[in-house]
Design a binder for this molecule. Sequence first.
Ligand code: FAD
Length: 330
Amino acid sequence: MQRQAHGHSTGTISASSLFSHTLYSRIVLGRLLSSALPIVPRPIVARVARRYIAGDTLDSAVALVQALNKRGWVATVDLLGEDIIEADQSEMATHRVTEVMEALHANDCQAGVSIKLTQLGIRFDDALCARNVQTILEHAKRCNRFVRIDMEDSSLTSQTINAYKHARKNVPNQRIGTVLQAYLYRTQNDINALLESDVLPDLRICKGIYREPPEHAYTVRSLVTRNFIHCVKTLLAAGAKTAIATHDIVIINALQEYIETHRIDRSLYEFQALLGVPIERTLQRLSDAGHRVRIYVPFGAQWYAYSSRRLRENPEIASHVFKAMFRRID
Ligand code: FAD
């Protein structure tokens, strides 16, 4: 799946402004390179994508989480891998997620896990996927870990919401949440429906990373921003736990102001960011002001799909890739 551009506005480019001209060139170059990413050699992608991943091993993820915890930030660990096509791969992934939770528990880490249903078999066997989710949740309960079901492309939105509702019912008292994407038209309705059920939902709101057709998703950046803010306000006003997952300073500032003005209880919300996205100063400012900050920490050998998505949304992609191309490849 490829990331959508969200209709990013480049602003009015003044031909007389050298800065704007350079910026324009970088944006055009970045877009060109982002569509050419599949033909960029893997070692180069690996080199520039390293910042987004804790490492290949579970130990690397635990060490990184410990460093984040020392800084006062909590984490969500994600075992990389998606779109698997065989049952035993899904069972292997399930087993590895249980190992992740055990390691987090044993090392007293302040961290939960995220899972992807396509890593657990949803594309080819619903029942198997449900069993895998059940195994993970029962284990999570024993290890006292929060589990969030990440959201994938819109062909899976309904299935993911149903899996979330089903899991909530099947493993009572286990802390579990899912994700909704502000770029989808349906999201506000999904929120309203979830708010009507007996248990309040626990939702991460993000913009959405997959390429979606205009029949399903806003393609204009300002509309995604507006929907994002509106969705979060709806959830917080209803008292639902909400994770604000974005690096967009406009959204962060608007929601920080809303939260502080309405004195929203600190246990109800948190700000989340992806490992490697350079917004440390903003996150530090938020945590200094008493807001909880959580970093999403992916690790594992299956890094390619995730890293490619991250690179496509990095405005500096062109310069990073070119620099890496002219360095020796180990
Ligand atoms: P953007 O407008 O894309 O970015 C805002 C600014 O942040 C940019 O101008 C840029 O300066 C900077 N920036 C953003 N990305 C990068 C990058 N990779 N490298 C360098 N700078 C960057 N999407 C899903 O579809 N499903 C999920 O389950 C999901 N989970 C997520 C969990 C977390 C914790 C986060 C933070 C994001 C998640 N996403 C998920 C991805 C999300 O949908 C967006 O694609 C991603 O966050 C980029 O959008 P943005 O809100 O940061 O806004």
